[in-house]
Design a protein around this ligand. Structure first.
Ligand SMILES: [Zn+2]
Ligand SMILES: [Zn+2]
Length: 145
């Protein structure tokens, strides 16, 4: 299975990872240091405490970038699977992606399915006899259409 991660998606992953690491660092710094130290007379005389609302904003930015990171990283796994299932079926003549219900290749018009003239069963165009009613559809030796 090929995961086709687009450049746009990759840049979102990288950006949210940078946001996550950067703002986590700022948050940890603020919590660990309990604010920005105020230096005076060659020593720390006080701490400028970070207001709780600023820490809340920081936490929200961290959480949203984490959610963005998870979503952008798992999006191809969640969303591209049905598309992949279609893309795995290819026209045997031109290689164009075809759905499993397609009666003919939309690109080169190669018939992919045939309908039994006796019972109406749909089957691959390569079948020589209907698997449901047993009607012979064509001589086994003849070429594919
Ligand atoms: Zn085709
Ligand atoms: Zn039939």
């Amino acid at each position: 299975m090929s995961l086709r991660i687009s450049i746009e998606r990759l840049s979102i992953i990288i950006m949210s990872a940078i946001f996550l690491v950067g703002f986590s660092g700022i948050y940890i710094w603020n919590v660990m240091m309990m604010g920005v130290p105020i230096m005076e007379y060659g020593g720390i005389i006080d701490f400028h405490y970070t207001e709780p609302w600023k820490l809340t904003v920081l936490l929200m930015i961290i959480l949203s970038s984490l959610i963005t990171l998870i979503l952008s990283a798992t999006w191809p796994l969640l969303m591209d699977r049905p598309e992949d299932g279609v893309a795995r079926l290819q026209c045997p003549r031109c290689g164009a992606p075809v759905g499993k219900d397609y009666m003919a290749c939309p690109s080169c018009t190669l018939p992919l399915k045939q309908i039994c003239s006796s019972c109406g069963e749909r089957m691959p165009a390569s079948y020589n006899a209907c698997p449901r009613c047993g009607k012979t559809l064509r001589d086994p030796g003849s070429d594919l259409p």
